[in-house]
Design a protein around this ligand. Structure first.
Ligand code: ADP
Ligand code: MG
Length: 672
């Protein structure tokens, strides 16, 4: 018998040499090995007849060996071994390269399963370098594992087998019985056997379900622990503030959702534990005003607040907004970004540390270098999903446990938010400010581009402004628009006579800032840009957006982009141009034209593309999930969250020992 935490090297069939190779796969212990899950399977359960094999594709064929040819050495180190096989429907030539061992083990007159690509023509079939397995051997479905040089599938299979038979069922199980029952989960040991060595395809599904459930549960429990840890800290507890000074200086009346969020924040900040709250709101729902209200509460309590944005452009814009919202009530707002001169930066920093600013707005990077505030009481971060959980918690450690407010960039389904922002409390802004003009969205092909441009010109002539969004900065291919060339093309052609600006992430910060300012001040009519405008840019007069190669963007991303127009009282338009007329592309873009509800869109996006894509490549900042899929397993996510609530109370009990170990292991890996 082996213990789960024993080194793999003591397992039968492993030994020190293989253990070293296993290490490259991140497998050190017996536990690691049994949770090294197959990435796919080879399914030999329903072989194809040779006569109906699909040419140029991988086929599984069950056939009898009729003849073994004499090996032919075609050059040094390359020997061909040929077999002729038949399954009654037809004959097939099988070629094996260099593997004398395999060739010798095959016997004329016996049946084997061959799996490989079939080539040839109507009269002659061939298969090269197939995997070969005896017909009578039991495993008709074989796991395919991630490998490393020096290991083969067969070695891994036999090592996993020996690991599985070396551990006891009781040791493997991480969940109490009542939980298994309540959520109809199979025992963990059974799930492991079935996921590694399914007897039939149908075995895999419930096994996967059980193991995914475990993973989601572990993640959720871990997040809940993080949250509790923060709750045990002591923060500067604030006094209730009369908000009338703030609201009367605002150029608008807060929506019901905004007021609710502000009250929730105020209640949090009155507590002795730090606030840890996420404002989850659709594009244009007015998150900034909520942030400003929190700054006001902090300032009235004699504390300083910082607001961090992911980009310079956003920092500047928040700076402008906060000044508008807060200066009338006498608050002092400062700006700290990377593009300021060194001298200016240290001036602002020093003034902040002397307490001369109530609020400092800036970019994330800048705050990381300069720490010293006189009485930091509130840290607000915008568009946070770009930072991971680990980064967020690191930030929380700065200063004297300041209250924390996180503003989401994207409306995401609540279940997903609970996973991704699981260590935070959530306020949802589910109401847009009234009087918002509508944005109509059309998807068209490139054939209609000049009509679209004529439409844009009409808006410009009515004193509107336009965004033209392209997927690339300069490279691109013939059919992918890039900002640099396209701006020139438009300047000479469709938009000649109009004032055109170019904006993308590779411009120097000062240049970006200037272009943005000119667009905002109405000195530019058209802004040709990349998705740098995606996050939060606010130019109320912009009323039309044209997106090139729209199919290259995620739905949530397009929704975010589209949110750049329709921010004022002008009726607004978003024209999505794509030459991709596939069913899927049409379906996706149709969702956008049919709804403007960001939560609905993100749900659809999640279903269509998965959370990885949804957040840009691997940007969700979670520990990597091995088996669960946040998008595909939405129902399971809910169940796991439910179970986490139940188990959280019992977490310290001995029945949760192994679960606790797993939670600790997941979060110990860090670096996500
Ligand atoms: P987001 O939630 O996308 O960050 P912003 O905070 O940028 O949204 O707000 C979008 C626009 O709506 C801004 O121009 C802001 O001034 C305006 N706004 C915010 N709250 C209200 C409100 N209650 N009534 C009217 N306009 C509002
Ligand atoms: Mg915003």
């Amino acid at each position: 018998m082996a213990k789960l935490d024993d080194s793999v090297k003591y397992l039968k069939g492993v030994g020190p040499k293989r253990a070293e190779l296993f290490e490259k796969l991140g497998i050190n212990t017996v536990r690691d090995l049994i949770y090294h899950l197959p990435r796919s399977y080879m399914d030999f359960t329903s072989p194809t007849a040779i006569a109906s094999a699909v040419l140029d594709e991988v086929n599984v064929v069950e056939a009898e060996v009729v003849k073994k040819e004499r090996p032919a050495m075609i050059r040094k180190g390359m020997t061909l071994y040929k077999l002729l096989v038949t399954d009654g429907s037809d004959d097939m030539n099988v070629t094996i390269f260099n593997s004398q061992y395999l060739f010798d083990s095959v016997k004329v007159g016996e049946k084997y399963i061959f799996c490989g690509k079939v080539t040839g023509n109507l009269t002659r079939r061939e298969m090269s370098s197939p995997t070969v397995q005896k017909s009578s051997s039991g495993d008709r479905i074989q796991p395919i594992y991630p490998l490393t040089a020096g290991l083969t599938q067969n070695i891994l299979r036999s090592c996993v087998k020996s690991a599985l038979s070396a551990v006891t069922q009781a040791e493997v199980e991480t969940l109490p019985n009542d939980i298994l029952k309540k959520y109809s989960l199979m025992p963990e040991s059974e799930a492991l056997v079935k996921i590694h060595f399914p007897k039939e395809r149908e075995d895999v599904f419930p096994a996967r379900r059980r193991l995914s459930f475990d993973e989601l549960l572990t993640l959720r429990l871990g997040m809940m622990r993080l949250r509790e840890r923060v709750r045990s800290l002591t923060a500067y507890s604030m006094k209730k503030v009369d908000m009338s000074g703030f609201t009367s200086a605002l150029p608008f009346k807060l929506t019901g959702a905004q007021s609710r969020a502000v009250s929730e924040c105020m209640a949090d900040m009155e507590k002795s534990a730090p606030m840890n709250r996420l404002i989850l709101g659709d594009v244009g729902s007015g998150k900034t005003a909520v942030a400003a209200a929190c700054c006001y509460i902090a300032a009235k309590n004699g504390a300083q607040a910082v607001l961090m944005a992911p980009t310079e452009i956003l920092a500047l814009q928040h700076y402008d907004s906060l000044r508008t919202f807060l200066e009338p009530s006498g608050l002092r707002v400062g700006l700290l970004t990377g593009s300021l001169t060194k001298k200016k930066k240290s001036e602002v920093s020093e003034a902040a540390s002397r307490g001369e600013y109530d609020v400092i707005v800036g970019t994330h990077a800048v705050f990381q270098e300069s720490a010293g505030y006189e009485r930091l009481g509130l840290v607000i971060t915008d568009e946070q999903h770009r930072f991971g959980v680990a980064q967020r918690t690191a930030l929380a450690k700065k200063g004297n446990n300041p209250h924390r407010l996180v503003m989401s960039a994207t409306p995401i389904p609540r279940t997903l938010a609970l996973m991704i922002y699981g260590e935070l409390d959530i306020s949802v802004l589910d109401e847009l400010p009234a009087g918002r003009a509508k944005t109509e969205t059309y998807a068209v092909t490139g054939k209609l581009r000049s009509r679209a441009c004529a439409f844009v010109r009409k808006e410009l002539d009515r004193k509107g402004q336009a965004y033209v969004v392209c997927p690339a900065v300069e490279e691109g291919t013939a059919d992918i628009k890039n900002v640099t060339d396209y701006a020139k093309e438009l300047e000479r052609g469709e938009f000649s006579g109009y004032r055109i600006g170019v904006l993308h992430g590779q411009l120097p910060a000062a240049k970006k800032e200037e272009v943005m300012r000119r667009f905002k001040d109405g000195e530019l009519d058209v802004l040709v840009c990349t998705t740098v405008v995606e996050v939060g840019v606010d130019v109320p007069n912009a009323s039309v957006m044209m997106v090139e190669n729209a199919d290259r963007f995620g739905l949530s991303q397009l929704h975010q982009l589209r949110g750049r127009v329709g921010r004022g009282s002008r009726n607004s338009y978003c024209i999505l141009i794509t030459d991709n007329v596939s069913e899927e592309s049409r379906k996706r873009l149709k969702i956008l034209s049919s709804t403007s509800d960001g939560f609905e869109i993100s749900e659809a996006d999640l279903e269509l593309r998965g959370p990885g894509d949804f957040f840009g490549s691997a940007q969700h900042g979670l520990p990597p999930l091995k088996i669960a899929d946040l998008a595909a397993d939405a129902e399971l996510v809910k169940l796991a969250q439910d179970a986490a609530e139940l188990l959280n109370e019992r977490f310290q009990l001995s029945e949760c020992d192994s679960l606790r170990k797993r939670v600790e292991a997941l979060f110990a890996r860090g670096e996500w």
